[in-house]
Design a protein around this ligand. Structure first.
Ligand code: SIN
Ligand code: FE2
Length: 216
């Protein structure tokens, strides 16, 4: 896969480069935070958070759900995107218009024009939950970036290289921060260190992360 085929443009100001095509937009989602949190309440009534099992048989420590036309799932058979929630059999809830706009605007700010996500994976972390190093590679095409929005408790985001063993940068992410990675950085390994318990006024001892993808 030659990711250099997908060059990235220069981002606008107010972005912190963590790679040639990867940026942290500090506080970018802050104006939307309360509406995002309210939307989660509605989404989780229709598609509850659950601890999915990895192909290796481990329960993920973060609970997850999805909205959008496609949702990411894992079980003993592997990782994949589905149109329906395997738990309820129903289509994943539609992606609220505001989510799509936020992801599009963050991508634009980071130099990726015309990003239209069709999948939003929502991870809920409680104290001690983590996400081990992995690549986001179940999407059909890697030309579109990943847009990741963090709410609630702070986390240390690990941003590694193209091999699992590459040393990963440790990037503190706070409520409202958005990370965008694409182009030659699209397949970099990333993860989250076990969360410390630092309760947040809006979400208590929880961190919610949305990753917006173009999956199909
Ligand atoms: C993910 O890689 O799916 C989640 C990243 C995060 O929680 O910040
Ligand atoms: Fe990921």
């Amino acid at each position: 896969m030659n990711l250099d085929l997908f060059p990235c443009e220069s981002p606008t100001a107010h972005s912190e480069a963590i790679g040639p095509c990867a940026y942290v937009l500090r506080g970018f989602a802050l104006p939307n935070a309360e509406v995002l949190v309210a939307a989660i309440g509605e989404l989780e009534r229709r598609a509850p958070f659950r601890h999915m099992t990895t192909p290796g048989g481990f329960a993920m420590s973060a609970a997850l759900t999805n909205c959008g036309r496609l949702g990411w799932t894992t079980d003993r058979r592997g990782y994949r995107y589905t149109t329906n929630d395997p738990e309820t059999g129903l289509p994943w809830p539609a992606m609220p218009e505001m989510f799509t706009r936020l992801a599009h605007d963050a991508a634009t700010q980071a130099g990726f024009a015309d990003f239209t996500p069709d999948a939003c994976l929502i991870n809920r972390y409680e104290s001690g939950a983590r996400m081990s190093l992995h690549q986001d590679k179940n999407e059909r095409d890697f030309a579109a970036p990943i847009v990741s929005v963090s709410l609630g408790m702070p986390a240390i985001f690990l941003f590694g290289g193209h091999a699992r063993s590459d040393k990963a940068a440790r990037i503190p992410l706070l409520h409202g921060d958005v990370v965008v990675w694409g182009g030659e950085d699209r397949l970099r390994y990333h993860g989250v260190l076990p969360l410390k318990d630092k309760p947040h006024p809006l979400l208590g001892s929880r961190r919610i992360n949305f990753t917006f993808r173009k999956a199909g």
